[in-house]
Write a protein of this length. Sequence first.
Length: 205
Amino acid sequence: MDAKTCIQKLQYVGVLAFATVDSDGAPQVRNISAIHYEPDAIYFFTARGKDFCRELLADGRVQVLGYTKYKEMIRLSARAVPAPEDEQRRWMDVIFAEQPYLANVYPGDTREIGVIFEIRSGEIEYFNLGVRPILRGSYAFGAGEPRAKGYEITGDCIGCGTCAAHCPQGCIEPGAPYAIRQEHCLHCGNCYEKCPVSAIRRREG
Ligand code: SF4
Ligand code: SF4
């Protein structure tokens, strides 16, 4: 798995959930399909008068979520910015050509109320619940950097094996110290709660 494959999978999903933060700090989420996909970037259309557009212009942080029929969750965290002025027309034409329904929503020159935003860098998390053990990964694209999440076992481990016995995915390996196979970890925290000597800590992003 890699960032490009994740972006491709988002394209197959087609309709994605876009979450932003409003001026009160409250989450706002909506489905968007007016999207064009490049191998390492996405472009999407919205209208200037919409709260979505205002939130993107004011803050820019966005999370994009897709879920495939194979139980793969793909979450992209990024900042969206308006595409350069001299590219707005080009990407708008591309998106309207790829999504014919848009011509019904914004017929004729009413599409001029639209703004094209671009996401060219960020972090993508991939999480596949359809296999055992589950599979996860974090990938950067553009100038983005993946953040460490979940749990890790420290040198305070006394090797008792309690965490491994209570891991629902069997992804803790014996050793000195024991170790979590991060690509199979649910981030459920059961090992963290069960460790008798508090040798497991959260990974900070
Ligand atoms: S429960 Fe704690 S001390 Fe025991 S093996 Fe796991 S990390 Fe080490
Ligand atoms: S967080 Fe959950 S899945 Fe991950 S190692 Fe701990 S118990 Fe296992």
